[in-house]
Design a protein around this ligand. Structure first.
Ligand SMILES: [Zn+2]
Length: 472
């Protein structure tokens, strides 16, 4: 396959990112726990939205078709309430989620809106019990820098997550309620992206900025990317359902090739929503929807955000660079420390006699090495302070830290005595005794005896020094 010239193809691309937030739901106090186990209850509903609210022809037609169906919602007594069931009005907005979204908007250099108005977006596939999704515009006209290019951010919105589909049949659909109402940040870029690789970089950068807030959910499905693309003579398609942002370039290239093939055959590609497949192809999902039909949410008063109160945080990238510079450790170690949210500054301050590189190496690499070599797990943080403080005050040698961790991983109780350092006086005395008792032994043999006794506890150079000093 010849390399594609995206410039000549007139590639235009924008991406949309959806990120779930940790904590409580957007309009009730339920926890944001996504569950798939046996539900405590099931309720049956028919579509509630009236055709009058639906508006557009395709949506209205779809509505007629959906109306025949019924929906089964599965819920849990402890993590879903009457708000999710649309039997109770929404509670006041989750301030933490709002704060995080304002923060993200500011970190993406957006203009924050003067007044936040919650809107209802009509949803007729049953994924919202109410027939609409609540959404609000928080910021717009921002940008994100990738390399030396500025990609414009069109909007940052805060919305509620929909129910998770469990099963679709002709007569009914089954949805799980646990996901409904989880706060979701939606970020849309302009169609400024010029290559598939740049799309990946933009998705990675925005993901990094989101995670930097420390408020994001982790794991599969907690962040989703949609890619909008078009080429000259082709059609605009939206690709949904990327398993991983790293697959964006491959899948975009597949889609461009697919459209080029159609164009070559004299066919006109159609505007549509397509699915990103695990084998890096795309498949037809549904027709491209029209503009969202929205109307104001009357149950929630509008909010005037205090923009001066919005604090940005240092991004993961910035914190990594700072650690590298301050402690002279590798970028890889620093980035791991930041990603795992380890308070490295605290360790480095407490154990001033230990090299930062050594501390970082033990925290990050020791568990991996123990896993690789012995197939054992260890929570290094449980023992780090104990071991570092002993090594820092030279009660045990630095080389013993990893060995003790290995012993603990094997289920042994750490025997610090065994690794207790030997003072120079003690070593010198032992060596003079050895020489006296083994008059005919050469230095090499004596050295072997010393090391057999003190392996891991002494510095070999010191032993040689004393041997040479006393062996006449
Ligand atoms: Zn609830």
């Amino acid at each position: 396959m010849a390399a594609l010239n995206y410039d000549e193809l007139g590639l235009k691309c924008g991406i949309e990112i959806h990120q779930q937030l940790e904590g409580k739901k957007l309009f009730c106090d339920c926890l944001t726990e996504i569950r798939k186990d046996n539900p405590d209850f099931k309720i049956v509903r028919r579509l509630r939205a009236s055709a009058g609210e639906i508006g557009r022809v395709d949506q209205a037609a779809l509505y007629e078709q959906k109306k025949q169906k019924y929906f089964i919602y599965q819920g849990y007594n402890d993590i879903t309430c009457d708000v999710e069931l649309d039997e109770e009005p929404p509670h006041p907005i989750n301030q933490e989620a709002l704060k995080t979204t304002l923060q993200v908007a500011k970190m993406l250099n957006c203009m924050i809106v003067d007044e936040i108005q919650v809107m209802r977006k009509t949803v007729i596939d049953g994924s919202n019990t109410s027939g609409f999704q609540r959404t609000m515009l928080i910021g717009m006209n921002g940008f994100v820098k990738v390399g030396n290019r500025k990609i414009r951010i069109e909007s940052v919105c805060l919305e509620e997550e929909a129910c998770q589909i469990i099963k679709r049949t002709k007569e009914y659909d089954i949805y799980n309620l646990s996901r409904l109402g989880i706060p979701l940040i939606e970020i849309a870029t302009s169609a400024d992206i010029k290559t598939p690789e740049e799309a990946r970089e933009v998705a990675s950068k925005i993901g990094m900025i989101l995670r930097s807030t420390g408020a994001c959910k982790r794991g599969i499905g907690s962040i989703r990317q949609d890619v909008n693309l078009s080429i000259k003579g082709g059609a605009r398609v939206e690709i949904k359902g990327f398993q991983d942002y790293r697959s964006i370039p491959k899948i975009m290239n597949y889609e461009i090739e697919r459209q080029l093939k159609l164009i070559k055959q004299g066919k006109k590609p159609e505007e549509q929503v397509r699915k990103a497949e695990p084998d890096f192809t795309t498949s037809y999902l549904r027709p491209m929807p029209g503009m969202d039909r929205m109307y104001p949410e009357t149950d929630i008063p509008s909010i005037k955000p205090d923009v001066r109160e919005v604090r940005t945080v240092k991004t993961i990238e910035q914190r990594t660079k700072e650690l590298v510079k301050k402690h002279n450790i590798s970028n890889d170690l620093a980035s791991q420390l930041v990603k795992q949210e380890i308070d490295f500054k605290d360790y480095a301050n407490k154990y001033k006699n230990l090299k930062p590189k050594f501390i970082a190496d033990i925290l990050i690499n020791a568990p991996k090495e123990i896993k690789a070599r012995f197939n054992k797990e260890i929570n290094v943080f449980e023992y780090a302070d104990e071991l570092f403080s002993r090594a820092d005050s030279e009660i045990i040698p630095i080389s013993a830290v990893f060995e003790i961790l290995t012993e603990i991983a094997h289920g042994k109780k750490p025997d610090y005595e065994k690794y207790k350092g030997v003072s120079d006086e003690e070593l010198e005395k032992e060596i003079t005794n050895l020489i006296k008792n083994n008059k005919d032994a050469p230095i090499k043999a004596l050295m072997g005896m010393v090391m057999a006794k003190y392996r891991g506890k002494i510095d070999g150079k010191k032993a040689i020094e004393f041997l040479k000093k006393h062996k006449k």
